[in-house]
Design a protein around this ligand. Structure first.
Ligand code: ATP
Ligand code: MG
Length: 503
């Protein structure tokens, strides 16, 4: 704070006296305000902080006492000390009157310079002390204000922190899974939610400081540490694993973790989701899928048995009966001489011959024994050869001879091809069909593609497309999948994909 220069008021109605006082006091580092009357003095000192007033008592109009009273009227808190100057020795009542108007001292004329200066000195000292006190008080007030403001800020901050803590706590306890916070690199538990405690059957003091691996089965320790390493290097990781409860039972969990830094320390923070229910549903689903596969294999077997039976009936009953008819027609023909009738008999004989061929074809389609006798490749060549001829479609084969297909699976592949080719003949309007059996990496791909009109989206999705559904079921029954893709006016691809160990 700036040091304020002291001001001293000097009032005397006699110019010579005023000059004398001025000469006596000048050069002591203060501002002197000179006035020849009370009125002039009041006017010149309005609003000025005076260290001292030196006033002549005997003055016309407003004497020294009156001036002293007026001077201090407007200065309630800080009275100006006054030294009265008087020529006469005053009686005691006069002196008392002076003191009442705030006067503090008297000096008698002729003024002694030393006395005057030492008195002025005393008052200047007091003034300076007063100023120091004022300055200090101001500084003190500023410091106190600052303290109050800081306090308020701290209070608000405290409240905010408290609210944040409450919010965090509520959040952690309301999540459906478990929450955990571990130190890195010690991997000791430092924070967790209530669910973590209750689900695993521990008391809070048993939880604190637990090492992360104590929740895991020893055979999973490596995997757990690997994913913790991922968290440390890549900031995030997740793992699906079983966690061990206090009673030794395990619960399947999906655990996630991220790394974060606070006050120069690293932590691993994450949540775990109990997937018991999901696992149960997953297992049930897998079981019913297995059952479904068994069922479709069984149905397939029943269908094949049925075909074998029909084929046997066709062959044994119809085939043999037709052959007998043909033989009998030959005998009848020999016994007849009418050429018209002979011509008729020859026509019927030819018709019966064709019908026998049809029965043979149907028989072998129903029961492709050729697969068992000569293998899948030959069976495909035979069937596609006939198909190409009958439907006027080019069939290109690309069958890897190194792929050995078991006899059960050969029949399934054959049936898928049979259904595909029947569809192509009936719906595709194709000119070329490609059939390939190839091994790509560890999977077998059996592919029938045509360059026809393609299958409409609705047909592909329809629950009534039993032919398409049947192909998928057949593929599933051998542990593979059948993908049917098609593009309008480009063609259709039916592809059976299965692991090579299942072929
Ligand atoms: N290769 C193909 N090209 C064009 N359309 C096809 C092809 N294959 C199937 N489709 C279409 O998909 C539909 C469903 O085929 P899906 O084999 O399931 O039945 P379907 O052949 O009509 O009768 P079926 O039950 O006797 O096999 C067919 O009706 C046909 O419209
Ligand atoms: Mg069909």
């Amino acid at each position: 704070m700036m040091e304020q220069r002291a001001s001293i008021l000097i009032v005397d109605d006699v110019v010579a006296n005023l000059s004398l006082l001025n000469a006596l006091i000048k050069n002591i580092g203060v501002d002197l305000i000179m006035a020849l009357s009370g009125a002039e003095a009041l006017e010149k000192t309005e609003g000025v902080d005076l260290a001292l007033a030196i006033i002549d008592v005997q003055m016309p109009r407003m004497n020294g006492y009156e001036l002293a009273v007026k001077l201090n009227e407007s200065r309630k808190d800080e009275k100006v000390p006054v030294i009265f100057i008087t020529a006469n020795h005053l009686d005691e009542t006069s002196v008392a009157k002076g003191y009442q108007c705030g006067a503090v001292d008297y000096i008698f004329k002729p003024v002694n310079r030393l006395i005057l200066l030492s008195k002025v000195d005393v008052f200047l000292d007091i003034f300076k002390q007063k100023q120091t006190i004022k300055n200090n008080a101001m500084l003190l007030k500023e410091a106190a204000d600052k303290l109050v403001r800081t306090n308020k800020r701290l209070q608000r901050k405290d409240e905010k922190i408290l609210q944040e803590q409450l919010f965090t706590k509520a959040l952690l306890h309301s999540i459906p899974g478990i929450f955990y916070l571990y130190t890195i690199p010690e991997l000791k538990l430092v924070m967790w939610n209530k669910q973590h405690e209750t689900l695993f059957g521990y008391e809070p003091d048993e939880m604190k400081g637990r090492h992360v691996l104590t929740w895991h089965l020893p055979e999973r320790w490596n995997a757990v540490m690997e994913s913790i390493k991922d968290i440390i290097t890549e900031d995030y990781a997740g793992i699906e694993t079983n966690l061990v409860k206090k009673d030794g039972n395990t619960i399947p969990f999906i655990l996630t973790g991220v790394k974060f830094e606070r006050n120069g320390r690293n932590y691993l923070v994450g949540i775990g989701t109990d997937i018991t229910e999901r696992k149960r549903v997953e297992n049930e689903l897998n079981e019913s899928l297995d059952q479904l596969k068994l069922l479709s294999r069984h149905i397939e077997q029943v269908r094949e048995d049925e075909r074998v039976a029909i084929s046997r009936d066709l062959h044994d009953d119809l085939g043999q009966a037709l052959t007998a008819v043909k033989i009998d027609l030959g005998i009848i023909k020999q016994k007849i001489s009418d050429t018209d009738v002979i011509l008729k008999i020859e026509k019927v004989t030819a018709l019966v011959g064709n019908t026998i061929k049809t029965v043979q074809r149907l028989t072998s389609q129903l029961r492709p024994e050729i697969i068992d006798d000569l293998g899948l490749e030959i069976a495909i060549e035979w069937f596609t050869g006939e198909f190409a001829e009958r439907n006027n479609v080019e069939v290109v084969l690309n069958l890897d001879p190194d792929i050995i297909v078991s006899s059960d699976n050969s029949l399934i592949l054959f049936r898928i091809m049979q259904e595909s080719l029947t569809n192509i003949a009936r719906h595709a309007k194709a000119t070329t069909v490609n059939i390939s059996l190839l091994k790509i990496d560890e999977t077998i791909h059996f592919r029938i593609s045509d360059n026809g009109i393609g299958i409409s989206e609705s047909d592909k999705k329809s629950k009534k497309s039993f032919g398409l559904i049947g192909m998928k079921e057949r593929a599933a029954s051998m542990g593979g999948i059948c993908e049917i893709t098609s593009v309008d006016n480009v063609g259709t691809v039916v592809e059976l994909i299965l692991p090579s160990n299942l072929i």
